[in-house]
Design a protein around this ligand. Structure first.
Ligand code: SF4
Length: 210
């Protein structure tokens, strides 16, 4: 099987890491009982879940954390060219584990120097604080608005609504829409979730505080 690192996700190129607890061969080190039960990567996108199954995720993850950074960057750049895309979505499934943090930060840094725009979601607070040097469009997933307020940060946050299979996005205290199950909603207006559109309109993960 030829390893592929990027797959289409929400209009851009997504990086799908293996889902689940690290002891179960996943990368969700910062899982909560709730999120494992309601995992959006499995439940909201059953088609995608079948197409990009665990083996493919595992193979691309092993490549990204195991091959030389030069080789990884080369392959990502080549696949982006083929997809005619300059955007990457980190952790379309799975997450950044502590052991992979410094490598992934290096990859994000190099890609941002190449002008690649990067967004995504993580539950790793450490990774999130460090990655903000290179991109402020990766959201930290927290369980409640009270937790967002506690951070007193103007960073990007996502709060899951497990029943609806969606997340509420916040830039600091400002609600920048709801995203999930392929739909993005802002101020009661719904449209298909598409990161390129959010980027163009400065919405969702690309919302900027005045
Ligand atoms: S809010 Fe917009 S940019 Fe963020 S994941 Fe949803 S569609 Fe993509």
């Amino acid at each position: 099987m030829k390893t592929r690192l990027l797959y289409p996700f929400s209009g851009i190129a997504g990086i799908f890491f293996p889902v689940g607890k690290p002891e179960d061969d996943g990368t969700c080190q910062f899982y909560t009982t709730k999120c494992l039960l309601a995992c959006a990567a499995i439940r909201c996108n059953p088609k995608e879940f079948e197409q990009i199954g665990h083996e493919k995720k595992k193979a691309l993850y092993d490549f990204i954390v195991g091959e030389s950074i030069f080789k990884v960057l080369n392959k990502i750049t080549q696949e982006l060219k083929e997809m005619e895309c300059t955007f990457i979505y980190w952790f379309a499934s799975g997450d950044c584990t502590t052991k992979d943090k410094s490598r992934i930060l290096k990859i994000v840094e190099y890609l941002s120097l190449e002008g690649i725009i990067q967004c995504g979601y993580t539950r790793s607070k450490d990774f999130w604080s460090d990655v903000r040097k290179y991109t402020d469009n990766i959201a930290l997933t927290l369980e409640s608005y009270a937790e967002v307020q506690k951070t007193q940060s103007r960073g990007l946050f996502a709060i899951p609504n497990y029943k609806k299979g969606k997340v509420e996005m916040y830039r600091g205290n400002y609600n920048s829409g709801t995203c999930g199950a392929s739909v993005y909603t802002y101020k009661k207006i719904e449209r298909k979730a598409n990161c390129l559109e959010c980027y163009a309109n400065k919405q969702g993960c690309f919302f900027e505080l005045p």
